[in-house]
Design a protein around this ligand. Structure first.
Ligand code: HEC
Length: 232
């Protein structure tokens, strides 16, 4: 009897996960992540601070760490990427109280520190490009990747508005941004960076490690040959 109950629950769990997977099955737009492209990361940081940080925190990220990783001075970050009330050693938090956020949007905007690892960068790229007009929603918009999302289309000025024609999105109005997809790609690049800031150093260090191993090989191999010369 007990086994039967187990089987029943396992069955239930697998059915619901299959349904979840089916629900999220949309075509994802691939995006190229390049953490060595500092200019792209800087543009992404700017969009993030100006358009996302008012609602979403990135509380694992400190401004001074970001300055270093993105090749900027503390002063540049203070002047361009920070609100006046913050200090350079602070983490990227929001001023909004979680209770207020819940009242306004129905849900609290999640912290985006590790969202790129939770959702994947292709999903983020798709999400930020597929807001469309929907009269039935309080925000007036909906999203292809995240149905009935509680977030408004904050980059509407840049992208313009899209209309949903049976799953196919077409432009309803023109945005100010000539290359919106690039803006989103930079932003997603930045979100990938804050998801794992030390990756930049790891990749940089990796090259030196490989070079070291190669040089070591040049020394060690002739040595091995010399040692084994007389042994047959
Ligand atoms: C006006 C407030 C607001 C702003 C500004 C905002 N968001 Fe959101 N965002 C939300 C809310 C609220 C949710 C939760 C939606 C839900 O769960 O229905 C959300 C959800 C998300 C999610 C999905 C999180 C998940 O659960 O997987 C991502 C990703 C996201 N936002 C990214 C961004 C980015 C990037 C920006 C900047 C371009 C941004 N948001 C700006 C309010 C905001």
């Amino acid at each position: 009897m007990r086994n039967l109950i187990y089987v029943f629950f396992i069955g239930l769990i697998s059915i619901s996960s299959v349904q979840l997977m089916a629900a999220s099955k949309i075509h994802l737009e691939p995006v190229e992540i390049d953490l060595s492209d500092k200019a792209s990361l800087q543009r992404g940081a700017k969009t993030f601070v100006n358009y996302c940080l008012s609602c979403h925190a990135a509380s694992f990220m400190r401004y001074n760490r970001m300055a270093k990783d993105l090749g900027m001075t503390d002063k540049q970050v203070e002047e361009n990427l920070m609100f006046a009330s913050d200090k350079i050693g602070d983490t990227m938090t929001v001023a909004m109280r979680p209770d207020d956020a819940k009242k306004w949007f129905g849900v609290t905007p999640p912290d985006l520190s590790v969202i790129s690892r939770a959702r994947g960068t292709d999903w983020l790229n798709t999400y930020l490009r597929t807001f469309y007009l929907d009269d039935e929603k309080a925000m007036g918009t909906n999203n292809l990747a995240f149905k009935d999302v509680g977030m408004p289309h904050v980059l509407w000025e840049q992208q313009g508005y899209l209309e949903n024609d049976h799953g196919h999105l077409t432009a309803a109005s023109k945005g100010t941004d000539a290359d919106y997809n690039q803006t989103v790609a930079d932003l997603v690049n930045f979100l990938a960076y804050i998801g794992e800031p030390s990756k930049i150093q790891r990749l940089a260090l990796g090259k030196w490690v490989l070079l070291y191993l190669f040089l070591l090989f040049l020394v060690v191999y002739p040595m091995k040959k010399a040692f084994w010369k007389d042994i047959h």
